[in-house]
Design a protein around this ligand. Structure first.
Ligand code: HEC
Length: 141
C-alpha cells in the first residue's frame, strides 16, 4: 500500500518535471527570438517607427495597435519584405505613405523582429517563428 502511494507520488513529480521543462524550452525559444529581434529592430525599423514603436506624427504608424497587428499578423512578413503603401488605419489615425521593402532579411530575422514588435509596446501576441514567416511569404500578393 505504502509502495503504491510512493510510486504515485514519484509519477506525479516526474510528470510535473516534464511539463515544466517543456514550458521552459518554449520560453527559451521565445526569449531567443525576442532578444535578437530587439537588436534587429534598432537597426532595421527604429529609425522610422521609433524607439518605443511610437511612429512619427501623420507619416509613420505606431505599433501600439494590437488589434490591427493581430488581425494582420499573417501579412506582417509580407509588409517587411515587399514594403507597404496606401491608406491604412492604425491606432485611430489614417496613414497614406510608403514603407520601403527590405528583401535582404532572412525568414529568421523577420521572425525575430516581428516577435519583438508584436510583444512590445503593449502587445502580447506570442512567438512568430521562421517557419511561420516562410509560410506567410508564400501567400504574399
Ligand atoms: C524608411 C522608414 C521605415 C522603415 C525603416 C520601416 N518602416 Fe514600417 N512603415 C513605414 C511607413 C511610412 C509606413 C506606412 C505605410 C502606409 O501608409 O501604408 C509603415 C508601415 C508599417 C506597418 C503597417 C502596414 C501598413 O499597411 O502600412 C508595419 C507592420 C510596419 N511598417 C513594420 C515595419 C517593420 C517590422 C520594420 C523593420 C523591419 C519597418 N516597418 C521599417 C516606414 C518605415
Amino acid at each position: 500500500m505504502k509502495a503504491k502511494f510512493l510510486f504515485i507520488i514519484a509519477l506525479f513529480i516526474t510528470i510535473a518535471a516534464i511539463v515544466s521543462s517543456c514550458q521552459s524550452e518554449s520560453d527559451m525559444t521565445f526569449n531567443r527570438y525576442y532578444t535578437s529581434g530587439s537588436l534587429l529592430y534598432q537597426t532595421k525599423c527604429q529609425n522610422c517607427h521609433g524607439m518605443n514603436g511610437e511612429g512619427l506624427g501623420q507619416l509613420i504608424p505606431p505599433f501600439s495597435d494590437s488589434v490591427y497587428l493581430k488581425k494582420n499578423i499573417t501579412k506582417l512578413p509580407c509588409f517587411v519584405k515587399n514594403g507597404a503603401s496606401g491608406p491604412v488605419i492604425l491606432a485611430g489615425k489614417t496613414f497614406n505613405s510608403k514603407m520601403p521593402a527590405q528583401d535582404n532579411l532572412s525568414a529568421i530575422e523577420v521572425a525575430e523582429i516581428l516577435t519583438y514588435v508584436t510583444n512590445s509596446f503593449g502587445n502580447k501576441l506570442g512567438l512568430i517563428d521562421a517557419p511561420k514567416v516562410n509560410a506567410d511569404w508564400s501567400n504574399c500578393n
